[in-house]
Design a protein around this ligand. Structure first.
Ligand code: NAP
Length: 319
């Protein structure tokens, strides 16, 4: 089955996830969808100093939004902020230094942010491919506790906002994995970074569907950026990069659907909880791949993440 899924997925990827796939899909885009002024709206973007995060932050800044950049390295973050301010002329760009691999730091950051800012749109705490492949500590493998904590902690702020949205950057790689509720921390068997990554990206899809049901005032989406030429892809998948480098999307092409979901009125007209690729809702399963989960597994994921995330919350006496 895994051979079948991987082959179907890769063939689909060659057709749809490449730069050619983007160029062909974009013929059906309506440019007016993203020609909007978002002045007065507040956006929080993680991974904002590089790749898809930075491209998203820059395009939002160009449209007048207030952008909160969440990054882990002050030096790289300052350089990105300077670039965004200089290129867009938007001064409402704010920096927050948070190591998202540390769940305690996310709780702390989100608590402070809630007290000090307003928020309309959140792109929560997912990391690059590299991190999943590097990080082997068991606690981190249940890594969608990061997306879970960042989103859960900021939902109260979003609930107060007009036209609130959450956009999570998943990956088409999740299509090859069925949610594995019996081994959420990937403890069984040898560590397989690619599988852990795909499981986490599958979890983000399930989380988005569950949040959409639970929080009707917020519009949740999850998306696949396609295969984009970013530092994460270059360093974590060198063989793939070597083979595909002439066909990869630019970071801006990878970020296009994040931007569309974040700013366009059209996106908000679609139901909450969907998975997007190139501005279209698409299936979360490959044909005949048997990756559907029973509803009780999806509910169980939420319970486990809630319980798991609470362990890190207790460190902050005010929460
Ligand atoms: N590129 C693709 O083809 C592709 C395909 C599918 C999905 N995605 C998803 O797209 C998202 C963005 O990836 P990308 O390709 O744009 O990679 P990227 O250019 O390497 O960006 C990743 C960002 O995450 C930040 N980050 C990493 N670890 C962090 C931590 N512990 N705390 C805070 N920030 C941290 C990085 O900061 P530093 O600069 O400090 O490392 C960087 O800004 C990821 O979720 C990835 O899985 C990408």
């Amino acid at each position: 089955m895994s051979w079948y899924r991987n082959t179907v997925w890769f063939v689909k990827g060659l057709r749809e996830y490449t730069r050619g796939g983007y160029e062909s899909a974009s013929k059906h885009f309506n440019p007016a969808d993203v020609e909007v002024d978002v002045a007065g709206r507040s956006f929080l973007v993680t991974g904002a100093n590089s790749g898809i995060g930075k491209a998203t932050a820059k395009e939002i800044a160009r449209r007048g939004g207030t952008v909160h950049l969440v990054c882990r390295n002050r030096e790289r973050a300052e350089v990105a902020k300077e670039e965004i301010v200089t290129e867009t002329g938007n001064q409402n760009i704010f920096l927050h230094i948070v190591d998202i691999s540390n769940p305690k730091e996310i709780w702390k950051f989100a608590e402070k942010f809630r007290n000090e800012h307003k928020l309309n749109v959140l792109k929560p705490g997912e990391l690059g491919v590299l991190n999943y492949l590097e990080v082997k500590q068991i606690e981190y493998q249940l890594s969608d506790c990061r997306t879970y904590i960042m989103t859960t902690a900021l939902v109260p702020l979003l609930e107060k906002a007009a036209d609130a949205r959450v956009i999570t950057v998943s990956s088409g790689g999740m299509l090859v994995q069925k949610l594995n509720i019996s081994d959420l921390q990937s403890e069984n068997g040898p560590f397989d970074g690619t599988m852990v990554y795909a499981q986490n990206k599958r979890q983000q899809v399930v989380l988005t569907e569950q949040w959409a049901k639970a929080h009707r005032n917020i519009h949740f989406s999850v998306m696949h950026p396609g295969w984009a030429d970013t530092p994460a892809v270059r360093s974590s998948m060198p063989d793939f990069y070597e083979r595909m480098k002439n066909s990869l999307r630019t970071d801006a092409q990878g970020a296009d659907t994040v931007l569309w979901l974040a700013v366009s009125a059209e996106a908000a007209k679609l139901p909450s909880g969907l998975f997007f690729q190139d501005r279209q809702p698409v299936s979360t399963h490959l044909p005949l791949a048997y990756t559907h989960s029973p509803p009780e597994d999806e509910e169980k994921l939420m319970e486990v993440l809630e319980e798991f995330s609470q362990k890190f919350k207790s460190v902050s006496p005010r929460m």
